[in-house]
Design a protein around this ligand. Structure first.
Ligand SMILES: Cc1cc2nc3c(=O)[nH]c(=O)nc-3n(C[C@H](O)[C@H](O)[C@H](O)COP(=O)(O)O)c2cc1C
Ligand code: SF4
Ligand code: SF4
Ligand code: FES
Length: 639
């Protein structure tokens, strides 16, 4: 690769790359992201290359990053036919090649189907999962090989930088980002333009640009997908920020559990340096910017801005009091004013600069322009990575894109915002998804986790799950978080274990409000959110746990009355074998549960193959006269 010495040279280089990759050639864009790799996508790609070679087919195989539909991986899409294949296994490749490239017909076994009875869908754009998506941050993900800078450049890669360096002042770039009202995609949605201005206006010659790729929320992988699948869009976004605020140095902070992201970022930085797009005198314009990767050890708190700075400095990842902010002298990395943004935020910047603020504001809503990437998970049919315009409703995301609830069960809630977010109930399904609406509903956008829950989810258990995460990730520096999360977790354990007391609910709320107000950093301040939102919307479930010792989702051990429905029992005896307390008794023609011995451990409930073991609200329910007359349930005293 030869160094490019001017913006014009970059434009000429792009044209030559485009001319070389003619349309119409046979091409497979095969996902080799983390999830698809785990599903043997590399073997699929190797088999495909070998098969094509054997048959003399001229086929270009592009190894892309995540294409979004991870649950159905390995996935691939084909050009020029537009066919999309999912769950491709290496042994299917010979047949797939025969059908697709020699017979000109799609290989039906690997086409997408919403469910087993529905007709297969051939083209990617016809799959409901992709239909409503709009891709800005993920514009290249799943399309280019992240290890090959020429593929990024051949699209509009580094065109925004070229435009900025040749025809915009640093202030012009800043104004464009500010007018676009790009709100930070990593947490609270603070406007990026305003943050950049603070840093630029801070005294001192040395300014730094930092990208937050810590991504510690359980289930989140939006930023990983960008770093793995399109690292140059992050680099270009950081370059534009550096140009606007007058910075010469930058760092990408990534957790070391993301080895592919680290590898692809380092490869991308090396290639950009070789082409003169990073380093000294970029594109011969006198602008210089050096970028490096710093790996974190994977603590959730290190995603918090001041803890992240401490971690890069080589200190323990402890948050520091603010002010001073990162953008102010003393507050930033090694004391230099620093601009910190999320990976997705930076990835949105190049299209904003290239296509203009008006274009960006035409997507999404007035107060939350653009798109947001979500990791859609939980009890939904299609899980994966989705990028949607802000303002789309939760219903559209869950039912149109996600395909609805698994097993067509009833929707109960959706959790957004990760461990600092909240659970939103059914009545808000038609609420637009944007920063402000989510906040008003008692949750937040966060970095983009979206966990769908159905009637088999216990909301008290959900609150306990998130709190046990924040409690174990609390750095312990400040007492409200260290002790408050511990006490709240103990109360939740008591409630879900059948030992809850009525006064626990008030106590829980009291501690939650105090921790929210007094914790030093966002980890502690946000930790009570899952509790407060579930107490607001699902208080009845808490009360059932406490007063009736009953978990309607049948998730919590130690709650409810266990009985066997004789009509459904197939007399296999597995429940009796599983019960460690000898509570399941056997008679000549039936099994029944002796309530005096039953510890409600759920062993019988879990092993029963026919669903005959039931957990009912109370002994009275099991004893209901109608049921007793039918002889459905047998209790020990009936025998
Ligand atoms: C405990 C905790 C963890 C966080 N983790 C992340 C993270 O992994 N990625 C991220 O971008 N922001 C994270 N944040 C938010 C950052 O502190 C910061 O607000 C954000 O990186 C700013 O970028 P943005 O304005 O582009 O959103 C976290 C905040 C807290 C309190
Ligand atoms: S709120 Fe929690 S994580 Fe944050 S400084 Fe205090 S103890 Fe540490
Ligand atoms: S495991 Fe279920 S089906 Fe088998 S004996 Fe027990 S209740 Fe009956
Ligand atoms: S990793 Fe392949 S689709 Fe996500």
């Amino acid at each position: 690769m030869k160094k490019l010495t001017s913006p014009q040279a970059l434009a000429r280089y792009r044209e030559s790359l485009r001319a070389a990759s003619g349309p119409g050639s046979l091409r497979v864009r095969a996902c080799t992201g983390t999830a698809c790799s785990a599903g043997k996508s590399h073997q699929v790609v190797a088999a495909m290359e070998e098969e094509a070679k054997k048959r003399g087919i001229e086929l270009e195989v592009v190894k892309t990053g995540c294409q979004g539909l991870c649950q159905k991986g390995p996935v691939m899409n084909l050009e020029p036919s537009g066919i999309f294949y999912q769950r491709v296994r290496p042994e299917q490749v010979p047949d797939l090649v025969t059908y697709t490239f020699q017979r000109g017909a799609p290989y039906r076994q690997s086409l997408f189907r919403q469910d087993i009875l529905s007709e297969p869908v051939t083209a990617m754009q016809d799959i409901p999962f992709y239909k409503k998506q709009v891709r800005i941050a993920l514009r290249n993900n799943g399309h280019i090989d992240p290890r090959d800078i020429t593929q990024y450049i051949a699209g509009d890669g580094y065109a925004a930088l070229e435009h900025a360096l040749s025809s915009m002042t640093p202030d012009g770039v800043m104004e464009e980002v500010d007018r676009a009202h790009v709100r930070g995609r990593g947490g609270a949605g603070f406007p990026a333009g305003r943050k950049w201005k603070h840093t630029r206006n801070a005294p001192g010659d040395i300014k730094l640009v930092i990208a937050n790729g810590d991504e510690g929320d359980p289930g989140a992988f939006m930023d990983r997908a960008i770093m793995e699948g399109d690292p140059h869009s992050l680099i270009e976004g950081m370059l534009l920020c550096a140009y606007a605020i007058g910075a010469r140095y930058g760092f990408v902070y990534v957790r070391h559990e993301y080895p592919l992201a680290v590898e692809n970022l380092r490869t991308a930085i090396g290639q950009a340096e070789k082409l003169g797009l990073l380093g000294n005198n970029i594109l011969g314009t006198g602008f210089s910017f050096a970028l490096d990767v710093r790996e974190g050890a994977g603590a959730f708190v290190c995603g918090e801005s001041t803890a992240l700075v401490a971690s890069i400095e080589g200190e323990r990842g402890f948050p520091r009091p603010r002010p001073p902010r990162l953008s102010e002298p003393v507050g930033g990395l090694w004391g230099f004013p620093s601009n910190l943004n999320n990976i997705e935020t930076y990835a949105c910047i190049p299209p904003v600069v290239l296509r203009g603020a008006e274009w960006f504001r035409s997507i999404g809503t007035e107060s939350s322009p653009g798109t947001k990437v979500f990791a859609l998970t939980g009890k939904v049919k299609n899980t994966g990575l989705v990028e949607v315009p802000m303002g789309i409703t939760l219903r559209e995301v869950i039912y149109d894109i996600g395909g609805g609830i698994l097993g067509d069960r009833k929707f109960k809630a959706v959790q957004t915002g990760g461990p600092s977010g909240g659970c939103i109930p059914e009545k808000y399904l038609d609420m637009p998804v944007d920063f402000d609406s989510l906040w008003k509903a008692g949750s937040m956008m966060g970095s983009g986790g979206m966990v769908v829950m159905d009637e088999t989810t216990c909301m008290v258990d959900v609150a306990k799950y998130f709190l046990s995460f924040t409690q174990s990730e609390s750095c312990g520096k400040c007492p409200p978080c260290r002790l408050g999360t511990y006490h709240m977790l103990r109360i939740l354990e008591r409630i879900t274990g059948g030992q809850g007391r009525q006064e626990d609910l008030d106590e829980l709320e009291r501690i939650a409000r105090q921790v929210q107000k007094t914790a030093l950093c966002g980890l502690g301040q946000g930790a009570p959110m899952p509790i407060l939102s579930t107490l607001t919307y699902f208080r009845q479930e808490y009360e059932e746990h406490v007063n009736e010792k009953y978990c309607r989702a049948r998730v919590c051990k130690g709650l409810g009355t266990f009985v066997i429905n004789r009509k459904e029992c197939i007399l296999c005896g597995l429940c009796a074998e599983a019960c460690a307390f000898d509570a399941v008794k056997e008679t000549r023609d039936a099994y029944f549960i002796d309530q005096d011995y039953c510890t409600r451990c759920k062993a019988c409930y879990t092993v029963c193959p026919s669903g005959a073991v039931r957990i009912v609200r109370s002994a009275e329910e099991a004893d209901a006269p109608a049921r007793r007359a039918e002889g459905d349930f047998q209790r020990v005293e009936d025998r």
